[in-house]
Design a protein around this ligand. Structure first.
Ligand code: NAP
Length: 195
């Protein structure tokens, strides 16, 4: 019997992450649904994954917290023994003109988006290299390429993901691992209602 394939989607409690989790479920993946603060919403994502005929689980961790991520991923890898797909989707905005931008707004966005990408991708990639298969898709943004007032922190973090992924391609393609970025334009989610 073919082993089930495992996908992890970060920030899957709402918005694009939830939709991605449900699409992966429709193609037969067991989906690990990560969330940070929206527990009930994450449970609803799991219900939608199950309604799509697949199985999954909810895992709470803050992608910006390196220790939390390490602990959670060790548990997930230990239990499932494989990770086929990682979708780095978790993200936040804290918009403001650069001259007015406090350290808190700068670090919150960089820590969640760029350091979160590093924290989650590294242990997953290690496991994928071991198995010589896997696919990582990270969600950047059109804001990384087209200038947008008030989004210096967000643009820097999202551009960082693109640049890091380009370098990683050169490192991991030979192991049969694909690393890609998608850069959506505006999508009607909670995130847009906060800008
Ligand atoms: P959203 O509806 O606000 O959802 C954001 C998701 O990220 C939530 O599930 C949230 O989980 C999770 N999250 C935030 N901080 C987290 C953390 N520290 N650790 C773990 N999870 C965390 O946003 P969205 O529009 O779906 O955006 C999803 C991704 O697409 C983001 O990376 C965003 O930058 C990108 N994007 C969005 C648009 C757009 O127009 N909407 C355009 C381009 C790119 P909790 O609620 O559980 O904390």
């Amino acid at each position: 019997m073919e082993e089930r394939k495992i996908a992890i989607v970060t920030g899957a409690s709402r918005g694009i992450g939830r939709a991605t989790a449900v699409e992966l479920a429709k193609t037969g993946y067991y989906v690990v649904i990560n969330y940070n603060s929206s527990e009930a919403a994450a449970a609803e994502t799991l219900a939608q994954v199950q309604a799509a005929g697949a199985q999954g689980e909810v895992q709470k961790f803050d992608v910006a917290n390196a220790d939390e991520v390490k602990e959670a991923l060790a548990r997930i890898v230990g239990e499932h023994k494989r990770i086929d797909v990682l979708v780095n989707n978790a993200g936040v905005t804290a918009d403001g003109l650069f001259l007015m931008m406090g350290e808190e707004e700068w670090h919150k966005v960089i820590d969640t988006i760029l350091n979160g990408f590093y924290n989650v991708t590294k242990p997953v990639l290690r496991e994928m290299v071991r198995k010589k298969r896997g696919s990582i898709v990270s969600v950047s943004s059109i804001s990384a390429m087209l200038p947008n007032r008030g989004q210096a922190n967000y643009a820097a973090a999202k551009a960082g993901i693109i640049a890091a992924t380009r370098s990683m391609c050169k490192e991991v393609a030979r192991f049969g691992i694909r690393v890609n970025v998608v850069a959506p334009g505006p999508i009607d989610t909670d995130m847009l209602s906060t800008v």
